[in-house]
Design a protein around this ligand. Sequence first.
Ligand code: TXA
Ligand code: MG
Length: 324
Amino acid sequence: MTSILEGDDGRFIDKAVSLLKSGGIVAMPTETVYGLAADAANPEAVARVFEAKGRPSFNPLIAHVSSVEMARIQASFSPLAEALAEAFWPGPLTLVLQSCRDGSVCDLARAGLDTVALRHPNHPLALMLIQELGRPVVAPSANASGKLSPTRVQHVITSLGHGVDWIVDGDDFPETAQIGLESTIVSVIGKDIRLLREGAVTRDDIQEATGIDPTLGQSDPFRPSSPGQLLSHYAPDAPLRLNADTARPGETLIGFGDIEGRWNLSRSGDLREAAANLFAHLHAADDLGQPIAVAPIPTHGLGLAINDRLRRAAGAHGNGSEIE
Ligand code: TXA
Ligand code: MG
């Protein structure tokens, strides 16, 4: 690995790392597919990832680590989680675990959940990038939302064009897209293993390694079949009213643009800033224990994902939404 750092690729990795440090978004090869990486601790950078992919909703993202030690800072590892990491890391298995309070993966990357998805990829360039950054990167597949996952640099360019700041070229590495399919995802909360997304690590592999047959996440009514459509996204305890111009008595208003509230998602109307603040403001408002109202958010660009998230949060209380 050091020889790569010393050569041309090293300069490119340095460049990619400094871009990540300053909030940039960088495509990187992994053994599954190319990922679009951003500093998982930087909510504005994470918002840029959603924006570049044109995702109409905020799915929780996978935080990629360069070591088990780095993962243990982010989540609490039960003996079962340790066994899975021991058996399959580095490799195409993502573990959804209880996140640690002092973990660095931001609210937006976790979609406000108190769990975090962690993966230790098996690719020298991805590992170098994360190691040099010194903390996890989120990395959804580096393609526009709804398009095929990229296994070559050219696929990234075709799909995301100039929307990314840098592409780490791993096309010549045998590890690159060796699997060609996104990682298997299991949630390991308590003594159960639940399969949330199938991938190269199979149910049988998991049973063999742990003696536990993973139940299909899909069989749970609160977990519909399509990954990312999980209903278990964070929803505040308090009722939530959308498209509010003013606070009604007893409500906490979260403002946007000219509509002031207890907090403002973005005074200048910047959707990237609003996305970055969304979950933190929702959590803070929820902590006050009063009904929450949110100012109207434009329905274009990242605003689509913000509105989707707000609708789900409001829908959790059966009061629906009047948006659009
Ligand atoms: O192979 C892969 O995993 C690729 C490469 C680039 O590493 N990455 C990837 O990441 O597919 P991403 O962020 O697109 O995966 C997101 C999916 C979500 O749609 C959801 O299914 C699951 O990971 N996920 C993330 N956090 C979760 C959580 N806290 N609870 C449940 N599922 C979660
Ligand atoms: Mg994808």
